[in-house]
Design a protein around this ligand. Structure first.
Ligand code: AKG
Ligand code: FE2
Length: 264
């Protein structure tokens, strides 16, 4: 699908830094991958949803402006070190007041909000969270998982934008061990967007595997949390209680303990 609309990401922003981001979006091509053989894989793929110049500015801005975390947690007695930097903004759609959460959610920064509105327009969905990953090198990754959390509702739509270095994106059917449904593998380039919809999260898993060599890559996902627990869960697994990191002089620098969410 061709679209000619473009928007400015920066013109009416409050902060000077954001206002200097004069990029634009131009959804160029939309490919839908959903035929029956692929068993409930309902994907939209936007080739260069964000133009290269906008993607470059956005990457620099986000790296610089956002607080980053390297979350550690325990699952069934095993210590897990999240193998990438993460951060999260937004709040579930319940009418819970912001101050009533044990860990106060953070408002979505203006630039991500603008991006979210454009993604909403193009996907015909609404979102209230943005989760951001930073893969600093090929050893940063996300292993096979599905985002089928019940707090996202029955068939969640998740829009996922890639910025920076290309990385492989793999999908496999949940019953891949016993069926012959082939895995799907493609490369996500700077500015590309994948939208996972329908039963995709229930019937498929996705991953960004480790690679020997890869430069920095940011991934932004837009999701909609429909119950209060979404906010606590996303905070726990994307911010945690460990130190915060800031991008300074071309690398991540550890800062004081976050103690939960505080302003970006
Ligand atoms: O980095 C990506 O492309 C995928 C990220 C992802 O699957 C997630 O954050 O749940
Ligand atoms: Fe995911």
């Amino acid at each position: 699908m061709k679209r000619s609309s473009s928007i400015s990401l920066g013109s009416s922003s409050g902060s000077k830094r954001q206002a200097s981001l004069a990029g634009f979006l131009k959804p160029s091509q939309q490919t839908r991958v959903d035929h029956g053989k692929r068993r409930n894989l309902d994907l939209l793929y936007f080739d260069r949803f964000v133009t290269p110049s906008c993607a470059g500015q956005l990457t620099k801005y986000l790296l610089d402006a956002l607080p980053w975390y390297r979350v550690k947690y325990t699952v069934r007695g095993f210590d897990v070190n999240t193998p990438r930097y993460t951060t999260v903004f937004g709040k579930d759609s319940t009418d819970t007041k912001w101050e009533d959460y044990a860990c106060k959610p953070r408002a979505i920064p203006e630039i991500l909000l603008r991006l979210m509105r454009k993604v909403e327009e193009v996907t015909g969905e609404t979102y209230n969270f943005t989760l951001v990953n930073y893969y600093s090198s090929g050893t940063d990754s996300i292993s096979y998982h599905s985002d089928s959390e019940s707090f996202l509702g029955p068939n969640p739509c998740i829009a996922s934008l890639s910025l920076g270095a290309p990385r492989d994106f793999h999908l496999r059917h949940v019953d891949y061990k016993t069926n012959d449904v082939p895995p799907q593998k493609f490369v996500l380039h700077d500015g590309d967007m994948v939208v996972m919809r329908g039963k995709t999260q229930h019937r498929w898993q996705h991953a960004v595997p480790k690679r020997k060599h890869a430069d920095g890559r940011i991934n932004i996902t837009f999701r909609k949390g429909v119950v209060r627990y979404a906010t606590a869960n996303y905070n726990q697994y994307n911010v945690g209680k460990g130190p915060m990191y800031r991008w300074e002089k071309g690398r991540m620098m550890e800062k004081a303990a976050s103690g939960g969410l505080s302003g970006p």
